[in-house]
Design a protein around this ligand. Sequence first.
Ligand code: MLT
Length: 404
Amino acid sequence: MFQINDNFQKLPGSYLFSTIAKKVAAYQEANPDKEIIRLGIGDVTQPLAPAIIDALHKAVDEMGNAATFHGYAPDLGYEFLRKAISDNDYKARGCDISADEIFVSDGAKSDSANIQELFSANSRIAVTDPVYPVYVDSNVMAGRTGTYDAQTETWSNVIYMPSTADNGFVPELPKEVPDMIYLCLPNNPTGTTLKKEQLQVWVDYANKNGSVIIFDAAYEAYISESDVPHSIYECNGAKTCAIELRSFSKNAGFTGVRLGFTVVPKELKCGDVSLHAMWARRHGTKFNGAPYIVQRAGEAVYSDAGKAQLKDQVAYYMNNAKTIKTGLAEAGFTVYGGVNAPYIWLKTPDQMTSWEFFDYLLENANVVGTPGSGFGPSGEGYFRLTAFGNYENTVKALERIKAL
Ligand code: MLT
């Protein structure tokens, strides 16, 4: 008789955003006349920029012609895209990351879930609390997290680094040394960032203690303050201790197109073993490359026209962030985030739990957000709203919340 991977049985409930989608669908079915505004999952709403559409059309035409047709993509990504990434995201910021340290993928969500495969089953992970749930759930599936305590909503073998209002949502270094440290900056869900000297402390800690940092920079395009690093490789020594994950979803609206990349520096080693070689081996075995058409669209993100158009798109969403943040503050809410990130993190009113506030907002304002407790126990009593809606709906949502 076959046996299943029992670790899946340990996972409590369904994936956070699936649970929310089910609740919203049930509410809509029971109330078909209500116009629901979705500011829950961080899914973009603005159309792809014209430079990207042009690149897609051109690539589609190439696929229809035998002379320019493309079959399997190189499993690590086309050189034209890896070079554009290396030049624009790294060399232009003074980071010495070469094209062949970049692994193109179908997005940062899958990379952030898959990267744990490189590490031993005994590895201990450290996560901020609250945290993007994929990091923990993927390690649960791999059997690395111990047992779940439903009371405290924590795993016995995970080191939690609380990010709360008390520490300004800036986690402290863990007291026990972890093997793997997940950092998402700008942070999902709190919107926090670290300045370069603060991030340098983590890099130094990892190098000193032999930990690896999995640095998720999916929201870097939203950084507005000049002293906030866009990449962990802006810190000295990061190439020997950090892997960086990037996405095209939030900076270029590719949530439905799917494209991302991971940087594994050649200097990152465990003894003599190169993690770069391991990730290349894994990629080669399990992935057949992102589509040519999509990689050409990714290349257009770095064209002059693409850069200008996407700057406007990011500004559009950040104007929504400002609208939400100021609107909520005017309505008496305590609000965080929204300056270097497209997420607003607010304290729930009247001691409501996160899920109570979720229901209250859905039923009374027909607005969907994300309960903070879905990101971890320290998220209890908080709530996340996304700036990725369209402007008209964002304004309308705020009017409804203010009228409560
Ligand atoms: C979120 O809402 O946290 C993100 O959209 C989830 C994701 O990017 O996978």
